[in-house]
Ligand binder design. Structure first.
Ligand code: 3PG
Length: 360
């Protein structure tokens, strides 16, 4: 794999870098994914490269102004304290194909190449083009034509075989960005040959979707600590199988109301904290209770503080878990706070991520 960090800086000078990032955020107040890619943007600018930011947002079926990247471009501009050019000329394209005419792409290229003052460009939501999710080679070629090199810093969407993640790498020199490098290094260290004992905390709903993580990491994990929602899914045969695994610990007490389970109880907290304190590697994905409701956030808060106090190598991720950590300002002592949701789950399950494979 080629890393941007290893590329001779002279190779960036005067060039245009196409930087694929993941700006798929639900709330404009959530800056985690934006802040995570700022170091790569700054690195490219410092080395005299123009930066063309590529991203998707949401799952639009057609052009949807609510999913425009324009407001996010504004936030990036404020954070960089410099002007950004937002390119929304997809609007000129022929939407019967939703891939854009050759003329349209040439116009965009000219706009980027001729710009003297502004160094950062943000293209409109790529999922407004139907070719993006179809991994269209034609769209990939058009995107590649806009720059001199391509950098994938979008770990969080690298489990998707999309044109700007996968097919594009066939048409342009491609590198893993600084965030991508950090994500791969942290997740590899925690999963490949982890310092023992490895403890994996698996919470959140739809625990059955995490069965492949249990299968993949079983031989290297001392205990999987499961959250309270496992009891809400107990009828699911996959969940029944998870429970049979002696390494999978389920809560021994809990908060329950109207037949639904909301949080782990005090005895479980004591037990889980003890196991966590003995770990040398910890992976945490998914809150152990319905923390959105303050009444049921105690379990997640106690587990979070036990994890951050531990001296183990720590990898934490999943949208809700990362938000919990950030909202409670607990992100200081963590080796990797992953930006990945589905991508992190796939990595932990041992699946090959198309966006990463394409860079190899
Ligand atoms: C994510 O937020 O997990 C990624 O941006 C992928 O989004 P998707 O699930 O809509 O492909």
């Amino acid at each position: 794999m080629k890393y941007l960090s290893n590329l001779n800086k002279k190779e960036l000078n005067g060039k245009t870098s196409l930087l694929r990032v993941d700006l798929n955020i639900k709330s404009l107040k959530d800056h985690f994914r934006i802040d995570s890619v700022l170091p790569t943007i700054k690195y490219l600018l410092k080395n005299s490269s123009k930066v063309v930011i590529l991203s998707h947002r949401g799952r639009p079926n057609s052009i949807d102004p609510k999913l425009s990247l324009r407001p996010i471009a504004k936030i990036i501009s404020q954070k960089l304290k410099s002007k950004i050019k937002f390119i929304d000329s997809f609007a000129d394209f022929n939407f019967s194909t939703r891939g854009g005419s050759a003329f349209g792409w040439k116009k965009i290229k000219k706009e980027i190449d001729s710009e003297k003052k502004v160094k950062v460009f943000v293209l409109e939501n790529l999922r407004f083009l139907s070719g993006e999710e179809k991994n269209s080679n034609n769209l990939a070629k058009k995107l590649a034509s806009l720059g001199d090199l391509y950098i994938n810093d979008a770990f969080a969407v690298s489990h998707r075989k999309n044109a700007s993640v996968f097919a594009i790498t066939k048409h342009i020199k491609s590198y893993a960005g600084l965030l991508m490098e950090k994500e791969i290094a942290g997740l590899t260290k925690a999963t490949k040959n982890p310092k023992q004992p490895l403890i994996v905390v698996l919470g959140g709903t739809k625990i059955d979707t995490k069965i492949n993580i249990v299968k993949n990491l079983n031989s290297r994990t001392k205990f999987f600590l499961l959250g309270s929602s496992i009891f809400n899914e107990i009828k699911n045969p996959i969940v029944k199988n998870i429970i049979k695994n002696k390494k999978c610990l389920i809560p021994i007490d809990f908060f329950k109301r109207n037949g639904k389970f909301f949080d782990i109880g005090p005895e479980t907290i004591v037990l889980y904290k003890k196991i966590i304190s003995e770990a040398n590697t910890i992976i945490w994905n998914g809150p152990v209770g319905m923390f959105e409701d303050k009444k049921y956030s105690k379990g997640t808060a106690k587990i979070a503080s036990a994890i951050i106090r531990s001296k183990a190598f720590k990898v934490i991720g999943g949208g809700e878990t990362a938000n919990f950590i950030l909202n409670n300002k607990m992100n200081k002592n963590i080796d990797l706070l992953s930006t990945g949701g589905g991508a992190m789950l796939d990595f932990l399950a041992g699946k090959k991520l198309p966006g990463i494979e394409a860079l190899k």
